[in-house]
Design a protein around this ligand. Structure first.
Ligand SMILES: [Zn+2]
Length: 461
């Protein structure tokens, strides 16, 4: 059998290079895709990426200081209203035209305009085509498995005192899981009906675009326009959009949201073995659940209220352990731009990565234990947990799936862009996660002191 892995880099030296060095081959290899029965699904996903998900970010001129400077240079709003109006019109037209210079951009531009302007309508079509009860119940079962292991971790973590542990357990037990999207039929229908107000009669192309933008603004401000009639606990409108490629934890209602848009490779495929499903989607769930217990989430209680439910003693240990992550990531140097990762700015994400990976692995181990107890052919179970063409044990595959979520090609400007954000740059996200995980070292036989198995590591949950 062919091996699809790039073996020029050893997993214990640099797990990111090991997992991603050959990742395109692995994900797009037709032989492997056929063996996994993912080719059609991948194409469907790509079609929807093209049709729905290639969002265009429109620059909002008022946010740019250069714009304000120019407004002043033409005399400001009060002295030269025509000058300012002309300038704004030019900016608006330029924004519309910029994507239309080459014919090859027309289709993408139009598709993304439709996606941008009618998200709720497209979402309805997307959900009907791409999401079903089978997926919902499987994803729900994975979330439950991961929650089980999080519950056990809260039970046994040695540094929590009894009163803080009780509060943490209460918070965990009341987390709600929303799978697919948050549903509100009434608001969805109203958002779709708003489209009727779009005036395209005999309008020119630029006029149509202006009308489209007015509609978008009306939709975005829907909650504001209707706040008097809306329920006090109305969710942000984005929560209704299952087609977004996203999963998140929301402090204010102590819930995790797993959007339908993320339920495609490389995050999930129904035919994958459990080892891969838990290393990918299971990890993502564990990550979001851990956000309820990171330095920000730990300020909110089970009701989503901001309240300090920590004893002084437990809080001090928690902060000391969080500091370990800050120092650990601070040490990562990105040679391409000669800068270090910002450990403080990324600490909550790194805590969530670490807790999520451990939670998912524990969930996988527990799932296997149950399967083996139930089935007589333990070896058959083990075989079905492998992937054709990959000479990896199920648990090695678990970690490979996790790492492959973050394979990316970076140009220099991307490092600069990502450096200030709350997520650690993909490569270091993977390296930080596996090198702080003792089970990883065992699964890949990394000797103590090797780059992926350093002497000092960090852990909170
Ligand atoms: Zn996160």
């Amino acid at each position: 059998m062919r091996s699809y892995m790039n073996l020029s880099v050893a997993p214990c030296d640099d797990f990111y290079e090991y997992a991603c060095g050959n990742w395109k081959n692995l994900l797009t290899n037709t032989e492997l895709a056929q063996a996994l029965n993912v080719s059609t699904e991948l194409q469907v996903a790509q079609k929807f990426y093209n049709a729905c998900l290639s969002a265009v970010v429109f620059p909002f001129p008022a946010a740019e200081p250069a714009y304000l400077k120019l407004i002043r240079s033409v005399g400001g709003f009060s002295k030269n209203p025509e000058g300012v109006a002309n300038y704004l019109a030019m900016l608006l037209l330029y924004t519309m035209d910029a994507k239309l210079k080459g014919e090859k951009y027309h289709k993408d531009y139009c598709l993304s305009m439709v996606r941008f302007s009618f998200p709720h309508l497209l979402n309805k079509l997307y959900m009907a085509d791409q999401f079903n009860e089978r997926t919902r119940s499987e994803v729900y079962a994975i979330v439950q498995e991961v929650r089980n292991s999080q519950r056990k971790a809260l039970e046994k973590v040695e540094w929590l005192d009894p009163e803080t542990r009780r509060e943490a357990q209460l918070k965990e037990s009341t987390i709600e899981s929303i799978i697919g999207s948050y549903e509100n039929e009434e608001i969805t229908t109203r958002m779709i009906q708003e489209i009727r107000g779009l005036d395209l009669k005999e309008a020119s192309y630029p006029q149509s675009l202006i009308h489209l933008r007015k509609l978008v603004t009306r939709l975005r401000r829907f909650n504001g326009f209707h706040y008097e009639e809306l329920h006090n606990e109305s969710k942000p409108l984005d929560f209704l959009l299952g087609m977004q490629v996203n999963a998140f934890y929301y402090n204010l209602d102590n819930s995790i949201y797993v959007m339908a848009g993320i339920l495609h490779p490389p995050a999930y495929h129904p035919d994958w073995p459990n080892s891969l499903k838990l290393g990918t989607l299971g990890y993502l769930m564990g990550h979001e659940l851990t956000h309820g217990f990171d330095t920000m989430g730990s300020n909110f209680d089970s009701e989503g209220e901001m309240r300090n439910w920590w004893s002084k003693k437990s809080r001090a240990v928690f902060e000391e352990r969080a500091m370990c992550f800050v120092d650990y990531y601070d040490r990562y140097l990105i040679p391409e731009i000669n800068r270090n990762i910002n450990g403080k700015g990324t600490q909550d994400e790194n805590i969530a990565v670490s807790g999520g990976l451990q939670g998912a692995l524990d969930a996988y181990r527990n799932q296997m234990k149950q399967l083996k107890n139930r089935s007589e052919g333990a070896n058959a179970t083990l075989e079905s947990e492998k992937m054709p063409g990959l000479d990896l044990s199920p648990e090695q595959l678990f970690f490979l799936g996790f790492a492959q979520l973050w394979c990316a090609d970076y140009e220099q400007e991307h490092y600069w862009e990502e450096l200030g954000k709350e997520h650690t740059i993909d490569k270091y996200r993977v390296l930080g996660a596996v090198s702080n995980n003792h089970d990883f070292s065992q699964v890949y036989n990394c000797p103590s002191g090797s780059p992926m198995n350093p002497k000092n590591s960090c852990r909170i949950w």
